[in-house]
Design a protein around this ligand. Structure first.
Ligand code: ARG
Length: 458
């Protein structure tokens, strides 16, 4: 029995294992819509160029309409024997409309076909992701707006550093997700070019009008080199890289949520619908969603490494290795979309505990830098002021109190220039208000930033 899929050249069929090993239909059928869209654009151009007849085009359109209906209603029979989404759809088309179906593949190869399909599909996904990134930024913006005046101990090395506005802290993430959106737009721009017409690798002898196909598919132009057109998966790597960076931003945020929710901090509460209990410990409420997102970021980073490694040994032009680009790409899209959706919702449901944050800030001498700056304004060199404040902190530590709780007479022992007005500087709020530089944490600055982001996202 000869092989069904190929040609008279094959004298024996594949084993079931080899069939399963080489087939991609059970995952690449996800590309079906893009595949049909690309085929219809190709067929219209073939007819316009008189390479196929108008009646062929009509038959192809009618067959594709029926196939669309079959796939959407779940009746389409995907066959492993037909290897991939492209051969499955083409075979069914020929079954439905005969010779016209067999003419569709004129001037085309699965190599330029699959490169086109993946680009079309991913373009649609990037457009969805762009919306989700805006939703997440809006949700963070709302949380920031509610908490501009809430004071969080800012950390370096996870040690209390200086007080910051909780709103300011949230806007840091808005900046990150805004850059992620920019990166996605940039990937889209380079990706939105047409491989079709490159055929297997060398172009084709038919008088194709590639520009008109690009236009019909909403692409910004054609891939100029046929070898590159069928070999290039940069766009998939770039996309996964942008996705991995976005997931790492999510992961950092997750880590903070987990820390802040721990009893030792108690800075925030996450809405119950995003937490889970324990099967043994009745008191437990765990931030599972944040932890899972942190974990899933590793998975997307893994896909990036997988894809870039997939390319590194490939000579030009197309190699079957490229079939392996699909699962990591699909999983990256799924993971990123779900994560962005869930975070937009979860961040909206966060309640902050300002007292716990302020208490933590006071415990960590968050205003020590402010005391040093105060002494500098009285005329001391910064390095001397730094040393003096270290002594004051030592003193406060030995009394187990904050700098602001040391009596004036005690503070004056460290430097005579210290006066009553020092207590304005030593308060958390005084420290916050003092950082009134562009990009700083003073509430007045945070409100300016909020207005800018609102305008950008409007
Ligand atoms: N399923 C293949 C892929 O995903 C389609 C292209 C196959 N081309 C070939 N010459 N075997 O890359």
């Amino acid at each position: 029995k000869k092989s069904e899929a190929w040609s008279a050249l094959f004298s024996e069929p594949m084993s079931d294992l080899v069939k399963r090993y080489t087939a991609s239909v059970f995952f690449d059928k996800r590309l079906w819509k893009a595949d049909i869209e690309g085929s219809l654009a190709h067929a219209s151009m073939l007819a316009a160029q008189k390479i196929i007849g108008d009646s062929d085009l009509a038959a192809i359109r009618q067959g594709m309409a029926q196939i669309t209906q079959e796939i959407e209603s779940g009746q389409f029979e995907w066959k492993l024997d037909l290897e991939d989404v492209h051969l499955n759809i083409e075979a069914r088309l020929t079954q439905l409309v005969g010779d016209a179906g067999k003419r569709l593949h004129t001037g085309r190869s699965r190599n330029d076909q699959v490169a086109t399909d993946v680009r079309l599909w991913l373009r649609g996904e990037i457009d969805l992701i762009a919306v989700l990134l805006v939703d997440l930024q809006k949700s963070l913006l709302a949380l920031a707006e509610k908490n501009v005046d809430v004071i969080l101990p800012g950390f370096t090395h996870l040690q209390v550093a200086q007080p910051v506005s909780f709103g300011h802290h949230m806007l840091a993430y808005v900046e990150m997700f805004a850059r992620d959106a920019d990166r996605m737009a940039d990937v889209r721009k380079r990706m939105n070019r047409l491989p079709l017409g490159a055929a297997a690798l060398a172009g084709t002898s038919y008088p194709l009008d590639r520009e008109s196909v690009a236009k019909a598919l909403g692409m910004d132009g054609i891939c100029e080199n046929s070898l590159d057109a069928v070999s290039d998966r940069d766009f998939a790597i770039e996309f996964t890289s942008a996705a991995a960076i976005a997931m790492v931003h999510i992961s950092r945020l997750s880590e903070e949520l987990v820390i802040w929710m721990s009893q030792n901090f108690s800075f925030i509460q996450i809405a119950d619908r995003f937490t889970t209990g324990s099967s043994i410990m009745p008191q437990k409420k765990n931030p599972d969603v944040a932890e899972l997102a942190r974990g899933k970021s590793g998975r997307v980073v893994g896909h990036l490494v997988g894809l870039i490694t997939l390319m590194k040994g490939q000579p030009l032009a197309y190699n079957k290795d490229n079939q392996e680009d699909k699962e990591p790409l699909f999983d990256t899209v799924d993971t990123l979309k779900d994560t962005l959706r869930i975070f937009a919702d979860m961040m909206g449901g966060i309640t902050v505990r300002p007292e716990a944050m302020e208490k933590a800030a006071l415990r960590g001498y968050a205003t020590a830098t402010d005391l040093a700056d105060y002494l500098v304004k009285k005329g001391l060199p910064f390095r001397d002021a730094h040393e003096i404040v270290a002594h004051a902190v030592k003193e406060a530590t030995s009394h187990n109190c904050d700098l602001s709780e040391l009596p004036l007479a005690v503070l004056q022992k460290f430097n005579a220039a210290i006066d009553k007005d020092v207590y304005d500087v030593l308060s958390l709020r005084g420290s916050l208000n003092a950082r009134n530089v562009t990009g700083g944490t003073a509430p007045a600055q945070v409100r300016l930033q909020l207005a800018k982001h609102h305008a950008r996202l409007a």
